[in-house]
Design a protein around this ligand. Sequence first.
Ligand code: 13P
Length: 255
Amino acid sequence: MRRPFIAGNWKMNLNRAEAVALAEGLKQAAAAVDYADIAVCPSFVYIDAVAQALKGSNVGVGAQDCYFEGNGAFTGEVSVEMLKDIGCTYVILGHSERRHIIGESSELTNKKLKAVLAAGLIPILCIGEMLEQREAGATDDVNAEQFFGSLAGLTSDDMKKVVIAYEPVWAIGTGKVATPEQAQEVHAKVRQLIEFRFGKDVADAVRIQYGGSMKPGNAAELLAQADIDGGLIGGAALKVDSFMGIIEAAKTTEL
Ligand code: 13P
């Protein structure tokens, strides 16, 4: 069985004091959680402080992006080595806000993903369709393009280390959550893509998180679906209580 994985994407929110206070609150609140992996992904500038605050806890730390080159002349970018140096275990890649606001391609995401794997960190690869794409019946094509493009050139051993987050863009930050059936349908198709490309063992092992307005009130139903193995949480990850509510919902589900 796949172990649930609940990760908080703090996006461009919080200041230093708020980020550290949230980390300290989580450290305490999540101390007894032994049934799920937990991580938080602060803004680059607070990763160090948050990682210090979470030392010795069962809450891992991740970044929201990285650059694919090693250290060098890349003004404004952050290398995977730097992220590792300050205590990151995970790196979110290909988030829809990077794809659609910053204009990142699956090709660039693929380069970053390979750099993250080469450094021994765990990529959380986001894929997901926009509302007009869903309405045009293009959901499967969009997710397949992002899947194959972002994971090009990976071996099956590489793929076993990857976490996928299915995040329908129309459900992110909108309060409009995918129904458990809608989410499960896409998750099952993504698992078929993994099987087609990397084989059944890998498909059975890879965790697929759902992201998009997941809250304590809807988490249990989503997490109870056969192919939903966790969540990538935005808004509800910014408060200890709501993030813990989602983590606790993972306890009661057979994943
Ligand atoms: P919300 O939970 O705020 O919808 O954000 C989801 C998300 O984008 C996580 O990466």
